[in-house]
Ligand binder design. Structure first.
Ligand code: F6P
Length: 548
């Protein structure tokens, strides 16, 4: 048994769970008219209603005890202080330095990182201003119209998600493209539509060794040179975002055209760094800084607020409550702004690459659940697809509903219909529909007797299914910044409780290693026999059919 599951705070929660599990939220709401006021709060322009959770005030007290016992306050301090909390890579975790707007010194190995953070920001803003204004042009003197970001994982999902979410703030002349997969059909279909004279390629890779990205970057370079015929023009049309100057130079991009960041910025936490260049270009300096400002506001909130008013702590500990005591396995992110449709995919990497771990900081196997499967898509579409299972399936899936009050471009009557659905869904998940209500409805519809008995069980909704609702006035850069930082910090809280390293990602290595070996097999004639029978069989099936 681990220290955690035997600890006083954990055991107290396990006991408390026995009291709470039989309670229905319907009754909790009926018994306490102030429940909404008690369990909702606002910060960084985000309104957070967590009253539709299977909690009592006592639950929160005990969850906060667990957070304290696990050292969450110390971990928060440690991260902000620049300590090397990523112990397996011996690195600090300092995405917060990238939006440290008051520029207080943050030391890593005794060096204040703020001057270099600010210098790269200035370089990014100068560059993005020049692209936007048309002062920086392509090799024939034409202004850029298309920006192609080539990157994968954290070097893709953040900029992609933000540029999609904030399209309303994007520069009208610019179209953003994101190439990530090594399935060459993606880059081909994008390049087909582009004019090399007006296209800027941004090669985004922290390591600059990621096979997918480097392959795509070479394809883009080849495409460009075939059309332009002069290597000298590469400098105007290719820039790199990386921590690896040597590899950037080897690829053929002048290091003057490289925007640097550092090993203490995790890939999935990197949109605040040079990886955010596509965002800065698309939104411009003012709105990009607003995004950082929103995150900074959430950082300050996280650092300074007591647990009782601390959004990321509350959110993180609610997750622990469900995962570790109710045994939930997945968590749905359900945005009701269409522009946030890619937000769940972004959070998938953020959360699952961070807390998808099963070994504690001291190397022992956990005997409790850690990070959930995070999934989702635009919420309203989900209602007509997988919500059936969420309402009546055999698993409990906690859900985060996210929406803005204003939807500026939506014609009437769309906004009210959309928002009615948000609120109705959370009500339905909480209340459900009990047998008496189902029978009353069927009676009204004239269905009685045996027919009613048969139908009734199918029409019952147990309810008591937990949801959070996050509302903001309007989806602005600032609100989005706060929202992303909220989830980043929630992940820290949970990772600390589970005593895992949320900041490495060794789990992605094995597949990469094996792919290298298999790539060699695929290009070697003859039967492949060095793997298990399934892998050999698949490789050989491919080889037989690829050469047809
Ligand atoms: O394979 C996972 C990963 O290492 C992510 O953590 C990272 O965001 C992504 O690959 C891309 O890495 P890079 O920016 O070094 O190309």
């Amino acid at each position: 048994m681990s220290n955690l599951t035997q600890s006083p705070a954990w055991l107290a929660l396990a006991e408390h769970y026995k009291e709470v599990a039989p309670l229905h939220m319907r009754d909790l709401f009926n018994d306490d008219p102030q429940r909404f006021e008690k369990f909702s709060l606002e910060s960084g322009g985000l309104f957070f209603d967590y009253s539709k959770n299977r909690i009592t005030p006592k639950t929160l007290e005990l969850l906060f005890d667990l957070a304290r016992q696990a050292g969450v306050p110390e971990k928060i301090k440690s991260m902000f202080a620049g300590n090397k909390i990523n112990i397996t890579e011996n690195r600090a975790v300092l995405h917060v330095a990238l939006r440290n707007l008051d520029s207080n010194p943050i030391l890593v190995d005794g060096e204040d990182v703020m001057p270099k953070v600010n210098a790269v920001k200035e370089k990014m803003f100068k560059f993005s201003d020049e692209i936007r204004s048309g002062e920086r042009v392509g090799y024939t003197g034409k202004a850029f119209t298309d920006i192609v970001n080539i990157g994968i994982g954290g070097s893709d999902l953040g900029p992609l998600m933000v540029c999609n979410a904030l399209k309303a703030y994007g520069h009208e002349r610019l179209t953003m493209h994101f190439v990530s997969t090594v399935d060459g059909e993606q880059i081909s279909s994008i390049l087909k539509r582009l004019n090399p004279e007006t296209t800027l390629f941004i090669v985004a890779s922290k390591t600059f060794t990621t096979q997918e990205t480097i392959t795509n970057a070479h394809t883009a370079r080849k495409w460009f040179l075939e059309r332009v015929g002069n290597e000298a023009h590469i400098a105007r049309h290719f820039v790199a975002l990386s921590t690896n100057a040597k590899a950037v130079a080897e690829f053929g991009i002048d290091v003057d055209n490289m925007f640097e960041f550092w090993d203490w910025v995790g890939g999935r936490y990197s949109l605040w760094s040079a990886i955010g260049l596509p965002i800065a270009i698309y939104l411009g300096k003012h709105d990009y800084q607003d995004l950082l400002h929103g995150a900074y506001t959430m950082d300050e909130h996280f650092k300074n607020k007591p647990f009782e008013q601390n959004l990321p702590v509350i959110m993180g500990m609610l997750g622990v409550w469900y995962i570790n005591f109710f045994g939930t396995k997945t968590h749905l992110i359900s945005p009701y702004n269409q522009s946030l449709a890619r937000f769940p995919a972004y959070l998938q990497q953020l959360d699952m690459e961070s807390n998808g771990k099963s070994v504690t900081l001291d190397g022992s196997r956990v005997d409790y659940q850690t990070g959930p499967v995070v999934w989702g898509d635009a919420g309203i579409n989900g209602q007509h697809a997988y919500y059936q299972m969420l309402h009546q399936g055999s698993q409990i899936v906690p859900i985060d509903f996210i929406s803005s009050i204003e939807h500026p471009d939506a014609p009437e009557p769309h906004p009210a219909i959309l928002m009615a659905n948000v609120f109705a869904q959370t009500e339905a998940f909480m209340r459900g529909k009990n047998e008496a209500e189902v029978r009353a409805e069927l009676n009204k519809a004239g269905i009685t007797g045996e027919a009613q008995d048969k139908l009734t069980p199918h029409k019952i909704f147990e309810g008591n299914r937990p949801t959070n609702t996050i509302l903001m006035q309007r989806l602005t850069p600032r609100r989005l910044g706060a929202l992303i930082a909220l989830y980043e910090h929630k992940i820290l809280v949970q990772g600390t409780v589970w005593n895992i390293n949320s900041y490495d990602q060794w789990g992605v290595e094995l597949g990469k290693q094996l792919a290298k070996a298999i790539e060699a097999d695929l290009t070697t004639p003859g039967l492949t026999t060095s793997h298990d029978s399934s892998t050999n069989g698949l490789v050989n099936y491919y080889k037989r059919n690829a050469s047809r």
